[in-house]
Design a protein around this ligand. Structure first.
Ligand code: SF4
Length: 270
């Protein structure tokens, strides 16, 4: 019997948290996709600031640090992101102009692109507090970069890869439900005096159920199916971030293959 080819599907999406099912690949490759997604997919982040006016109570360094950590909308295709991974070029200018007539908080919604649009998907991130009469004006430049250089460029956080859980309730289960009480995620539960599996995808393979009733329940990981979990930080949508990760991995492997072919050809001609 031939094995099914690789496939990818969405298990769940809650807000900006995603669980993706990767099938037909090894855990090593699934983890490579996670690593590239986290540390190699480029995004824009504020990297240069000229303060035109700052009569607030805060040092410029402090304000600059807070501004740099605001996720900036990165409107690029996955091919453009991959191009910018290999040859970083993209940058975009922004402006910040806040004048306080009363005590107020400056939010990320004050960060504007040259066309006047708000530069972030998270406009309610607070930057600093101003008292009446204080002003903050700055010219900012966001540059393309990757998470391996600084976390401000990471498109995702809280990433993980696990084998897809397989939960088996064995014949010796007496439905005491001790394992269901121990389960921290609700993957298993007791209903009408019976132990049932609610959703294998909720399982984290923690093993706490097996500690309670090792004879009655067994949990293992499927070696050819994996769950990739991540939270988007706000620069990219999930489809663009994932396809950019795959494109970068593909081009990196293609480069290695080309170099290998050159070596093989050189050996043949010697
Ligand atoms: S391994 Fe952990 S998460 Fe999975 S079913 Fe058992 S207790 Fe729940």
């Amino acid at each position: 019997m031939t094995e099914a080819g690789p496939s990818l599907s969405v298990i769940s999406k809650e807000g900006q948290s995603y669980k993706i099912l990767l099938e037909g690949i090894s855990i090593a490759l699934a983890n490579s996709i996670r690593r590239v997604l986290l540390a190699f997919v480029p995004t824009l982040a504020i990297d240069e600031i000229i303060f035109d006016e700052n009569n607030t109570s805060f040092y410029r360094e402090y304000i600059a640090h807070r501004l740099a950590l605001i996720p900036i909308k990165t409107v690029m295709s996955y091919e453009e992101l991959a191009d910018n991974y290999f040859e970083p070029k993209a940058e975009v200018d922004m402006a910040l102009d806040a004048k306080a007539e009363k005590d107020e908080v400056v939010y990320a919604s004050e960060l504007k692109f040259p066309d006047g649009s708000v530069a972030t998907e998270h406009p309610r991130i607070p930057i600093i507090s101003l008292t009446a009469g204080q002003n903050l004006r700055a010219e900012l430049r966001a540059k393309i970069g990757t998470g391996r250089d600084h976390a401000k460029w990471q498109p995702v956080s809280a990433t993980s890869v696990i084998n897809y859980p397989i939960i088996k309730i064995n014949g010796s289960c007496e439905d005491c439900a001790k394992c269901a009480s121990a389960c921290p995620t609700g993957a298993i539960t007791e209903k009408n005096g019976k132990l049932i599996v609610v959703d294998e995808a909720l399982c984290t393979l923690c093993g706490m159920c097996m500690d309670q009733c090792p004879e009655a329940i067994s949990v293992s990981g499927d070696p050819r199916r994996h769950i990739l979990s991540f939270d988007l930080n706000g620069q990219l949508d999930a489809r663009t971030a994932l396809t950019a990760a795959l494109e970068i991995l593909n081009r990196e492997l293609g480069n290695i293959l080309s170099q290998l072919e050159v070596l093989v050809n050189e050996e043949k001609t010697q």
